[in-house]
Unconditional design. Structure first.
Ligand code: BG6
Length: 490
């Protein structure tokens, strides 16, 4: 068990929306739960000028506090420093603040952690990493452990991801780098491994003999929000499929790791991602659908189209929805389609993996109410968390009638740390199991790069449209119908 140490956590990009919406609340929860007995400093860094007091107020406002929360103890350890990401002197200023704090609060030679969290626009990732390295902010004294948490997007294609990785490795060791994919911090995503590999009756069924298809849906009802500048240059394939969806797919499809060690799990994830067949762009069958939302109604509210959103061009071709059909070329999954889709402004927020079992035709003679629907294993990641199997049991009575039943294996844990709190805590204690190794990112870009190139250069497949509040474009339904399937509820 790795132990908790005193820490300094520097948040680059402390004025941004990620910091306010996700990182501050996560830090607060984590400190309350794990670090109240420790010494720590949270130091925001960004371009905007503000005082410590103003920053503390922003931090406090980002929290969903109950009346009994006593936040003063935490706030006194929160500080702010304004500066320019490109100005080396500003890093020296940061270093001085941190050195002074460590000296006064941590005690000489007590083991502690310096953690740099990059919640900044990706265009400045490299510059900030270099400046952290060159300014001596990354400390080389033996009792201080350095960590770098880096947010996605890790590059915008394979070439830029490799370039970023080279810069990281110039200044940090692999064991110091924590590439975040917050989906791995979600409780049910972690449960995938345990559920699959520890239950003896599940794993033997996970193959092409019993499974007919796998569906991964990551739907959101929100639109582009205030992130037009980033999203319009990214699109949903870069934003959701390359990182989160391929991570979920690798966990569902990977072979049993030799242990639950970080290395063994990552090795197997990379192996299975390497076996994904390149998505064919031929026009005979639909393998990819890309689409953009138009105006519509979500939970009774009218919402505007993507092109009417602030900061989005009237002719934008960026996809806000994508659905893809993947195949994995190994014995276990040969011929079994993995349908994945991600979209903004869909009818609801839901992330779910549905694994549909093959029908057994002989069974159909059993029941009056033919056809008997398929068994489906559902792994619901959010908003509720649960794992259940749609099964069938006998209706009570004299006939052999069936009724749908549900076998539920797992339900959400109210007391668990949320994804971000869990991941920041793991980084501070030095556990990188739930972070991404560079080769996972590399192979994920190899999978999506040809698709993005086709979108951007060939304009193929054509851009479809779907009404906000719907379940996506009609062509995504056709893609499944052509292959003999249909989307399962998400
Ligand atoms: C982020 C994407 O990685 O994940 C966002 O950049 C998306 O566009 C978000 O909204 C979804 O995360 P969650 O945890 O709310 O499903």
């Amino acid at each position: 068990m790795k132990s908790r140490k005193n820490f300094v956590l520097v948040i680059f990009g402390a004025s941004g929306s990620l910091a306010k919406h996700k990182i501050f609340p996560a830090i607060y929860k984590m400190i309350k739960r794990e670090y109240e007995a420790k010494q720590y400093m949270v130091l925001g860094f960004a371009r905007t000028h503000k005082t410590d007091e103003e920053f503390r107020e922003e931090f406090r406002e980002s929290l969903d506090l109950s009346e009994t929360d006593n936040i003063q103890g935490v706030l006194k350890n929160i500080f702010y420093c304004s500066g320019d990401y490109s100005n080396k002197q500003d890093y020296k200023k940061l270093k001085k603040i941190i050195d002074g704090y460590e000296k006064n609060h941590f005690g000489a030679n007590t083991k502690s952690v310096r953690c740099f969290y990059l919640a900044i626009p990706p265009v400045v990732f490299e510059q900030v990493v270099e400046n952290i390295g060159l300014s001596g902010l990354k400390e080389d004294r033996a009792h201080i452990e350095n960590r770098l948490i880096i947010e996605k997007p890790f590059g915008r294609d394979l070439v830029t991801a490799k370039a970023l990785e080279t810069v990281l490795m110039n200044y940090f060791k692999e064991s110091e780098v924590y590439r975040i994919d917050h989906y791995l911090g979600k409780e049910t995503v972690q449960n995938l491994l345990i559920f699959r590999f520890v239950n003896k009756f599940i794993e033997p069924l996970f193959n092409s003999r019993y499974i007919s298809n796998v569906q991964i849906t990551s739907a959101e009802s929100v639109g582009v929000e205030n992130r037009a500048g980033y999203f319009d240059h990214a699109g949903i394939v870069r934003d959701m499929i390359q990182p989160h969806v391929l991570q979920m797919l690798s966990l569902i499809a990977m072979e049993r790791p030799t242990s639950f060690s970080a290395k063994a799990i990552k090795d197997e994830k990379v192996k299975v991602l390497n076996l994904i067949r390149p998505v064919s762009m031929n026009n005979d069958t639909i393998n990819i659908v890309r689409a953009q939302y138009t105006s519509g109604v979500i939970r009774g509210h009218k919402v505007r189209s993507y092109r009417e959103e602030e900061g989005i061009g009237v002719n934008s071709q960026t996809e806000t929805y994508a659905a893809l059909k993947f195949y994995i070329d190994n014995d276990r999954w040969f011929g079994i389609p993995f349908f994945v889709r991600a979209g903004k402004r869909m009818s609801k927020k839901s992330t779910v993996i549905n694994i549909q079992f093959k029908d057994l035709p002989a069974l159909q003679t059993f029941s009056k109410c033919t056809p008997i629907p398929s068994n489906i294993l559902t792994i619901k990641i959010q908003p509720e968390e649960s794992i259940f199997i749609k099964m069938f049991t006998k209706k009570s009575g004299t006939d052999f009638d069936i009724k749908p039943s549900q076998l539920t294996f797992f339900q959400s844990c109210d007391d668990c740390l949320d994804a971000y709190s869990r991941l920041i805590n793991d980084a501070l204690i030095g556990d990188n199991t739930l972070f991404i190794r560079y080769d996972e990112i590399d192979i994920a870009w190899q999978i999506v790069d040809p698709i993005l190139l086709s979108f951007e250069k060939e304009k193929l497949p054509r851009l479809d449209y779907y009404a906000s509040g719907s379940d996506g474009p009609a062509r995504a339904d056709i893609m499944l119908r052509e292959a003999g399937y249909s989307w399962i509820d998400y």
